[in-house]
Design a protein around this ligand. Structure first.
Ligand SMILES: [Zn+2]
Length: 252
């Protein structure tokens, strides 16, 4: 095989390896973005729950103030009751007191409901905060791992790039240009093996004369269909025919 062709085969392997590592590098921050998003969602949920609880506390203070006002009103009415002489006025005042007591009881029931909601809400808040703390730990762990993995992969790319530069020097500039040109149009595959006269890049038959020339290994050939630079490593070994004696004894 031509030495520049051998170098191109190795170069393509290396180029594939480099783009694989580079893809892994670009995927790394995505993982971190996902766990950070989850943390942001939990933080938002904690804040929303704290807002709900604040509103409930405000409602509780409001209701308790209303209860206190009603209590004061009831007390004042009871005191006035003692000064009333008229029977009709007395009955009216009693009615008013009963009405205020009813109002007060209703407000007290509402206070109890709000207290229950507060208690449940506080439990939910505690659970959310716990989940957020867990997620913070996950973010810490993932960002540490991502940083470590990035450093490792970047070093790997640098080492591969150095190998790549060395290999490129073994290939004439014009051929390298042709290789890059085909590679850019053929999804990273500029070199293809031929087996039994078929280009493994596009799975089409090359011309019979091309195949004969290719096997001689004296010139660079391109597939007439996909333009990939072709190489031939010999045909895959056929299965050895069974010895005649065995075949004969089996057929007998
Ligand atoms: Zn082809």
């Amino acid at each position: 095989m031509l030495p520049e062709l051998q170098a191109l085969i190795e170069l393509q392997e290396l180029d594939k390896e480099i783009s694989g590592v580079q893809q892994a590098l670009t995927r790394l921050p995505q993982e971190l973005t996902e766990v950070r998003q989850l943390l942001a969602d939990l933080t938002a949920a904690v804040e929303a729950k704290e807002g709900e609880l604040e509103e409930l506390r405000r409602r509780r203070r409001e209701l308790e103030a209303e209860v206190a006002d009603l209590e004061a009103g009831i007390l004042a009415s009871r005191q006035r009751l003692m000064e009333i002489k008229s029977n009709i006025e007395y009955k009216a005042m009693l009615k008013e007191i009963a009405f205020k007591e009813d109002q007060r009881d209703q407000k007290e029931t509402l206070v109890l409901e709000v207290l229950e909601q507060l208690e449940a809400g506080q439990q939910e808040l505690a659970a959310l905060k716990e989940r957020r703390a867990e997620q913070e730990a996950v973010v810490q762990r993932v960002s540490g791992a991502v940083a470590e993995e990035s450093t490792r992969l970047e070093a790997e790319v640098a080492a591969l790039e150095a190998k790549r530069q060395a290999l490129r020097q073994a290939v004439p500039a014009a051929l390298l240009k042709r290789y890059e040109f085909i590679r850019s149009r053929r999804n990273g595959n500029a070199i293809a093996e031929v087996q039994e006269g078929v280009c493994l890049g596009c799975h089409m038959n090359i011309l019979p004369q091309q195949f004969i020339d290719l096997q001689k290994g004296e010139e660079l050939l391109q597939c007439p269909h996909c333009q990939r630079i072709l190489y031939w490593l010999g045909e895959p070994e056929e299965e050895q025919p069974e010895p005649k004696t065995k075949a004969a004894s089996r057929s007998a």
